[in-house]
Every structure is written in structure tokens, then in C-alpha cells.
Design a protein around this ligand. Structure first.
Ligand code: ADP
Ligand code: MG
Ligand code: MG
Length: 208
């Protein structure tokens, strides 16, 4: 995947987030402050504006710059968390004009570790990390680590959806939803949903 194909991925992400803006905000209205759809839609539309204005030499430079766009313009929990994810994904891809699945999985691993360090969420806390961490584990096979075999894009998408769905029965321990304690049970986590949507876009584009 080259720099232009990668900017197309971000443009597709913007389209999908815009299509799901109301759904994400409704999920957030149930257990938070109802702004997750608006936060994400604004962030990704600013990314597309930046892509229209600038050219990037490598995928890493592109990812880090768009992460900064999210970090500096999107408030709440998701702006800094998704911003950090993209910025740190960019680090191993600096100067990289073309990335294969193995390199992208390495980059994703770096991004997920950074989200973990920043947000301090563990698995089961009902956050985006409940989708990010297991997908990152599955991608160990892409990175050529351990015994992991190379999962198909469809398997990655299915796992992201399943892990997103699993947040429904969780009691939130991080973010605004944690204020609700037991009342957070029975609702999907909005960040887990946006995460699963974005992973789906990434995998679909990789297959092309
Ligand atoms: P805010 O809650 O500040 O209004 P958003 O609504 O945009 O921000 O994003 C909420 C999402 O952020 C949650 O659904 C959850 O997935 C994620 N989130 C919140 N706190 C954390 C955290 N500490 N670690 C990981 N993800 C988190
Ligand atoms: Mg919110
Ligand atoms: Mg908010």
C-alpha cells in the first residue's frame, strides 16, 4: 500500500464515520455525553481537508500528521486516544513509501501499545481497547511473531465486530461511561464501535 492508497483509506474512513455519525452519538448518549459521532466526524473531515491541502513523502509522515490533526482538534477522550494511535503507528513507517501487511501490523502494534499507555484501560473495561487489543494479538501472525498464522482480512473484521459486541455486557471502568457503574451494562461502547468500523475499512482496502 503506497502513500496515495493510504490517503484513500483515510478518505474511506471519513465516509464511513460520517455515515455512522448518528449511530455513534446515540451509543454515546446512552452511556456518555452523546458527542462521539460528532467528535469522530469532525476529526475525520479535518483529516480529509489536510489531505486535500498537503502532500506527504511517506506513510509514516502522513499518519503522524493526521494523528496530530485529531490530537489538536478533537476534544474528549477519543481525540487524544485516536490521535496517539495514528501518531505512534506513523513512527515505524517514517520514510516508508510502500507498506505491506506485515509492516502495517507492526505499526498497529506500536499504536495500540501507545493507546494502552495513555488511557490505561485494560481488557474488559468497556473501551476501544477491547477491540484494539485482541485484533493486535490476531495480527501477530501478520507480523510473523510466535505461532500465529496469517489471519484473513475477513477474520480480522469478524473478530473486531465480535469484540465490539462483547462490550455490551461489560461494566465500564474507564471514561465517562464509568460514572454510570451498573447502568453502563447493556449498551455497546461507542469507541469500540468506531474502532470496529475503522478496522473494517482498513481491512477492506488492504484486500483491494
Ligand atoms: P468523551 O467521553 O470525552 O465525550 P468520546 O465520546 O469521543 O469522548 O469517546 C468516548 C470513547 O472513548 C469511549 O466509548 C471509549 O471507547 C473511549 N475511552 C474513554 N476513556 C478511555 C480510556 N481511558 N482508554 C481507552 N479508551 C477510552
Ligand atoms: Mg462522548
Ligand atoms: Mg465529550
Amino acid at each position: 500500500m503506497n502513500v496515495n492508497q493510504f490517503s484513500d483509506v483515510l478518505r474511506c474512513m471519513n465516509t464511513v464515520i460520517a455515515e455512522h455519525k448518528d449511530e455513534l452519538s446515540e451509543l454515546d448518549a446512552a452511556i456518555g455525553d452523546g458527542d462521539h459521532g460528532a467528535n469522530m466526524a469532525r476529526g475525520f473531515s479535518l483529516i480529509v481537508q489536510d489531505l486535500d491541502d498537503k502532500e506527504y513523502a511517506g506513510i509514516g509522515e502522513l499518519l503522524s500528521a493526521e494523528g496530530m490533526v485529531l490530537l489538536s482538534n478533537v476534544g474528549g477522550a477519543s481525540g487524544p486516544l485516536y490521535g496517539t494511535l495514528l501518531i505512534q503507528m506513523g513512527a515505524p513507517l517514517k520514510g516508508c513509501a510502500d507498506a505491506d501487511g506485515a509492516l502495517l501490523a507492526d505499526a498497529f502494534h506500536a499504536g495500540v501499545l501507545a493507546v494502552h499507555n495513555l488511557g490505561k484501560a485494560e481488557i474488559g473495561d468497556k473501551t476501544m481497547y477491547d477491540v484494539l487489543a485482541p485484533v493486535d494479538d490476531l495480527l501477530a501472525g501478520w507480523r510473523g511473531e510466535g505461532e500465529g498464522r496469517h489471519a484473513s482480512a475477513a477474520e480480522v473484521i469478524a473478530l473486531a465486530e465480535e469484540k465490539c459486541e462483547s462490550t455490551r455486557d461489560m461494566l465500564a471502568k474507564k471514561g465517562r461511561a464509568s460514572y454510570l457503574k451498573e447502568r453502563s451494562i447493556g449498551h455497546l461502547d461507542p469507541g469500540a464501535r468506531s474502532c470496529s468500523l475503522l478496522i473494517e475499512v482498513m481491512c477492506q482496502q488492504l484486500e483491494k
